[in-house]
Ligand binder design. Sequence first.
Ligand SMILES: C[S@@+](CC[C@H](N)C(=O)[O-])C[C@H]1O[C@@H](n2cnc3c(N)ncnc32)[C@H](O)[C@@H]1O
Ligand code: SF4
Length: 377
Amino acid sequence: MMDKLAVYIHWPYCARICPYCDFNVFKRREDDSLLPAILADLEYWRDFSGPRDITSIHFGGGTPSLMTPMQIGAVIEAVNRLWGADAVEIALEANPHEMNETDWRAYRDAGLNRMSLGVQSFQDSALSFLGRDHDGQTAQAALELALDIFPSVSADLIFGWAGQTEKNLDTDLDILLASDVPHISTYQLTIEEGTAFAKAEGRGQKKAVDADSSADLYERVRTVLTGAGYDHYEVSNFAKSGHRSRHNLAYWQGLDYIGVGPGAHGRLTAGGKRYATIAHLTPGDYVNSVSETGSGIESNDRLTPEEFATEYLLMGLRIEKGISLSRYAFIAGHTLSEKQMDYLISDGFLRRSGDRLSATLAGRNVLNSVTEKLLLG
Ligand SMILES: C[S@@+](CC[C@H](N)C(=O)[O-])C[C@H]1O[C@@H](n2cnc3c(N)ncnc32)[C@H](O)[C@@H]1O
Ligand code: SF4
């Protein structure tokens, strides 16, 4: 039996563009054409995937909390109708700034059962450094409201901005722990090419801490959250029992997901082949493509077994439980090098238990070089 399918919906609009963000985002505008295009694109995807059970629907962005409850409901209804199965996890990324109790309760009524809140920090100085449009009090109020309405809630935190101290980080972690939010994603601030932060750094303004301080802050996050009973189940993710993100686990486990909406990426296995898709980036091109061809896909490439296996390894070693060596061999058509595995195990970067190969904490900290060595053969 095929694994369940994850559905990703990309809503690309934001009230304003944050200076560190390099996601496929556009300044918010009235747009009546995007939702009908997404609904039509879903029909195309149903033909492409064939009948499958659905594990999750994930509204990402951008800022999908700018969608109305009617728009959210229409997508959920379409997915459940087309695939004939109810998704288990239905999640949405929300910005605290757009907190709206009436809409959020209506999202819940439409079937949404998990909210992922872009808190980033609870402190005004950090939020203003990050160019966010919410303050600490709003972040806290939004988190409380989300916890009141949704059965599962996750909070995103950014750490490692220039000048951040451990004490400052502790303040954010303390507030998160006091809220008892069951899932936390902690991202180290990354300076992405082309962003306002990258330009500022180019002019000599520091925006992120150096690598050593960042490693110290990450270690602090890990110690505090695991000490408070969260499982560190993925490099950046911590969860209480029953609250891991099913949707993101589909990515990390090399399972199938479809990417609907401008710039969305998908991975789908059909007829024994693995495809990598990317939708047209701009909302205009996406909508035109759907109306002309029925599909928003701009590129659809068949992955070679080697490419698929490499992705499986790269993503799989991010999670605590690692990869299945027999699945790797099945995908790649050959096994991983015993010699390289033995080296990396004896150096303390990997661990092996039966069919599973996973990264130790030291290995997770240098995952790129670990996977590079493993792939050397
Ligand atoms: C796809 S974003 C969307 C979430 C939502 N629009 C928001 O900003 O609140 C998901 C998360 O990625 C993280 N993120 C985005 N850009 C980042 C960067 N350059 N460095 C670190 N984390 C980043 C933020 O924590 C953000 O909440
Ligand atoms: S971080 Fe979130 S709100 Fe800010 S521009 Fe990116 S997607 Fe939009």
